[in-house]
Design a protein around this ligand. Sequence first.
Ligand code: ZN
Length: 301
Amino acid sequence: MNYIEKYRYYILFFIFIVAVLVWLPIIVYGQNIGLKTWFFDVGQGDAIFLNFADGNQVLIDGGPDGKILQKLGKAMPFYDRDIDLIILTHPHKDHVFGIVEILKRYKVGKIVLSKINFDSAVYKEFMDIVKLKNIPLKYLGDGDIINVGNFAEFDFLSPELVEGLKNKDFAGENESFGAKGQSLNDSSLVMKFIFGNNSILFTGDVGVDIENTILLQRYNVKSDILKVGHHGSKYSSSEEFLKSVFPEYAVIQVGAKNKYGHPTEQTLGRLAKIGAKILRNDLDGDIIFISDGKELYKTKD
Ligand SMILES: [Zn+2]
């Protein structure tokens, strides 16, 4: 009996163990490091959906009407009726309306929003459903962090959580808040989303004042994708801010022939100047990216 025959079971067992050790991390982690991000074409409004390979799902804003339901119906498996986290940047109708429709039909784990009271029929309905369904609400702002699974986090950069700003009542759409007379748009949650090497800056509808405040924090805002502030309004996306974010892709969530004239020539010009690839829902439909935590790709579906 030669040496190999004598020890063949040990050798086979050894090979088996080596194979398990090599493949196990790939099976456990390899398939789970993935993310698909949709910037849905919901007309004039924001709605972004992040679907993680580890099963987590996050929705940022819901758009101005019920269109989000068909969009999510396509992006999620038909049997999946759960969304782990909803982030509402601010309570204007073009961001909150679709969320109300979602809350009526999906089971939502948690909602994050900025701490302001705003008096509108849609926002009241939103709050009523949240209370009725007992969905945990969290008010967040600058300095807060939310982890999603093992590989992703949201770093919140705005609004500043200054005492006295937090419980300010809003009487109407144009009512100002805070000592500086900021608009409701400026109460938007701003966050840098980090997924491995990839990042997306979500800016809600904030204007130049808030962009400047964020730049003063000296936080690294550099991101692969910029969700362009306030649908491409000229009062957002300052040259200085865009230079700091320096995105490869600039996504403008905007409806065709909207009454605001978004996106403006000024903002498009400033985006072109930094060399960003400009993507617009009014021209490109749904805008989709996939990422493995290292590389980020734009994809068709
Ligand atoms: Zn908006």
